[in-house]
Each structure stands twice: as C-alpha cells, then as structure tokens.
Design a protein around this ligand. Sequence first.
Ligand code: 2AM
Length: 174
Amino acid sequence: MRLFFGLQPDSESALAIAAWRDRQLPLIGRPVPEANLHITLAFLGDVSAHRLERLDQAVGQFVAQKRPPGEVLTLNQLGYWPRPGICWLGPQAWSDSLAGLARSLSRLGTAQGSKGDRGKYRPHITLLRGCDSPPPAAASEPLFKLSFDHFNLYQSHQGRTGVTYQVLESWPLG
Ligand code: 2AM
C-alpha cells in the first residue's frame, strides 16, 4: 500500500487556493485537483498491508504520549522544484513542533518497513505537476492562513483517471 501522512486544508481554504492558482498562474503544468491539495508530513511509500495495524497503534501511542500541538500555517510563498517538476505553495516559516511531528512520523513509518524519504522537511502544497519552468511572479501574492487540528494517514490510489487519496485514519493535534 502506498501511504503517507499529511495535513488536509479545510474545504473553504482548498477552494480558495485552487481559485487563486487558476487565476494567478499560467498553465505551466497539470493542476492538482482541489480535492487532492494537501501538505505531506511524511511520505512512507510502499508499506505492506499487514504492517498497517502496527503502524496505527504506534502512531496512536505516540500521539497519546507526546500530544502534538495544533498548527497554524501562513501560506505565502510560491516555490518551484525542477527535479520533481512541481510548483508549490508553502509557508515561509513553520514551528519546530511541525518539523518534529514530520520527523517522528517518518521514523514510525521506517520502523514498519517504509523506505521513507530522506530529504529535509519543507511543508508545501503541490499546485501544479509536470512543470519544466518556474512560475512567473503572480500579480496578487498568495496569503492563506490555515489551521490544523488533526493529521491523516492517506493511501494513494493510482487509477486510470489519475491519483486519489483515501484517508485511512486520523489523529488529533492539540
Ligand atoms: P509532492 O506533493 O511534493 O509531490 C503523495 O504522493 C504525497 O507524498 C505527495 O504530496 C508527494 O509530494 C509526497 N512525496 C514525498 N516524497 C515522495 C516520493 N518519493 N514519491 C512520491 N511522492 C512523494
């Protein structure tokens, strides 16, 4: 099963972000469907189904012990990564608690056989995929303030018409 942990923008924010993108950015790549907009906390990749229950339990224990706080992110920076070819929206700064949560979830995934993702954590929402050039500066700067009171474990399904993300489990923040 292809899994990742992430934060889901509330539906009003997702709508506003997609509308901003569609108005402000030229079509230099494939727009991510509004329903798929999310912030990855930790990408696990393939984890076998029989490890899922253990992963669930381990995350439940971690949350009960550490009580990770709620998070507020101000998304005001547009970025471009040439290698995956994505254009993204992210915060300029984020809390140590968010970086710590991402690191802990990645470790809990590795303990259940995930190969993980070794890069440095940088929260972002991918807006466009398949971009071979950076986006031009937008006429209206993005500014979205998002609050998160839970995080999710998602399963990624690759279908004929594209990818869909299914929430398998959620845990509270704060
Ligand atoms: P991205 O948005 O920057 O592409 C589900 O695939 C999520 O996990 C995506 O948001 C993706 O980030 C993230 N992810 C992180 N590392 C990945 C990898 N090696 N392969 C695919 N997705 C990855």
